[in-house]
Design a protein around this ligand. Structure first.
Ligand SMILES: Cc1ncc(COP(=O)(O)O)c(C=O)c1O
Length: 393
């Protein structure tokens, strides 16, 4: 069968491939410890589920406005205006089926062939693929753990030009957990001002901004208010509120761009699910305690995971400041038949029954992503298995 060149060009997600294999092993009765998850293991807080039940009773079973219900868009505009010190109106907000869908709409509305999307790496698996799907060229800016994954101004300046349609980053980062401080964001803004064009946008993926354990999360909108018309915020409820399955993400952008994205969405998926939008509204306007309780537990797990990793001879690990991932350097273990990180992750799944995600999917060969969105017991047992297997390799 002939499959389109567009579909053939897409790399299937490595993160999904490993979790799928781990799920198959689990289903066949094998005791696998999953450290690959990209979602909180907590259930959605009860007040959010209750709001969804009430919304169903009230009839949230129909189409909504393509761009989202007026109530949810207003709540998002209010929240993002407050966080970023920006003046965002309802017309600046588009609600989509998850932040990934927001990014898809955004890059499809922004990019033409010949445009470049600059992405600091290690980066989330989907960024280069989404840029390529939109016809743009992903341009990768390497950052390194021994430099705290900070952006080097000279290297950035060498890659930014009028061809740069967007710089797309995530802080705290999936996969490294690194957080961009005000100085890094100032560097970014300076390079965009000096080297970019008026159509060069900064896309900040803020999906993990509430999951920060060390240091302070800083908004680029507050650091560089003069760039406001060129800053696009991508955000959502998936990670903060343990709502990955509800599929609600959103984007704040200039009105013209929101209209273009809404047109794309209107001819593809229409609105995000009505009941999920009601649940997201309850999340944004509801109590903070359940969120803070999850954040504290993630922090305890983060410290445990880093401690366990650092106890394994040969493993180097950057201390993550946010999100729920550790990203150890496992290059010391690549030898013989274990040629690369994919072979290493496969060996660890087969021999130690732990599922981790190879770093090459995040453009960091020789590394691996371990998620601490799992119980402390699983972290302790999983890391003990990993330590044993690595010393026996
Ligand atoms: C960096 C990053 N951005 C966006 C998303 C997408 O989130 P959503 O579930 O809202 O589509 C993820 C999910 O893994 C992510 O890690």
């Amino acid at each position: 069968m002939r499959i389109s060149a567009r579909a053939r060009a897409i790399q299937p997600s490595l993160t999904l491939a490993v979790s799928q294999r781990a799920a198959e092993l689990k289903a066949s009765g094998v005791d696998v410890i999953g450290l690959g998850a990209g979602e909180p293991d907590f259930d959605t807080p009860e007040h959010i589920k209750a709001a969804a039940r009430e919304a169903l009773v009230r009839g949230a079973t129909k189409y909504t406005n393509v761009a989202g219900t007026p109530e949810l868009r207003a709540a998002v505009a209010a929240e993002l205006s407050r966080i970023h010190g920006a003046k965002l109106a309802v017309e600046n907000i588009l609600v989509s089926c998850g932040a990934k869908h927001s990014l898809f709409n955004l890059l499809m509305a922004l990019c033409d062939p010949g445009d470049e999307v600059l992405i600091p790496s290690p980066c989330w698996v989907s960024y280069p693929e989404l840029a390529a799907m939109a016809g743009a060229k992903p341009v990768i800016l390497e950052t390194h753990p021994d430099e705290g994954y900070r952006i080097d101004e000279r290297k950035l300046a060498a890659l930014v030009s009028h061809r740069t349609r967007a710089i797309l980053y995530c802080s705290p980062s999936n996969p490294t957990g690194a957080l961009y401080d005000a100085a890094t964001l100032e560097t970014l803004a300076r390079v965009v001002r000096e080297r970019g064009g008026p159509d060069t946008f900064i896309i900040t993926d803020d999906i993990y901004r509430r999951l920060v354990y060390r240091g302070e999360w800083v908004s680029i909108g507050r650091v560089a208010p003069e760039l406001a018309p060129q800053i696009i915020y991508v955000d959502g409820v998936s990670k903060t509120y343990a709502m990955t399955g509800w599929r609600i993400g959103y984007c704040a952008a200039p009105r013209e761009l929101v209209s273009a994205m809404a047109a794309l969405q209107g001819q593809s998926t229409t609105n995000a699910a009505a009941v999920s939008q009601a649940a997201a509204l309850a999340a944004l306007t509801g109590p903070e305690e359940p969120i803070e309780a999850m954040r504290r537990e993630f922090d305890a797990r983060r410290q445990l995971m880093v401690e366990c990793l650092r106890a394994i001879p040969g493993v180097q690990v950057f201390e993550p400041a946010g999100a729920f991932y550790a990203f150890p350097d496992l290059r010391a273990f690549l030898r013989g038949s274990i040629r690369d990180d994919v072979a290493l992750a496969t060996a660890l799944l087969d021999r130690a029954r732990i599922a981790i995600v190879p770093g090459s999917g995040f453009l960091a060969p020789g590394f691996a992503r371990l998620s601490y969105a799992t119980s402390r017991k699983n972290i302790e047992e999983g890391l003990a298995r990993m330590a044993k297997a690595l010393t026996e390799l």
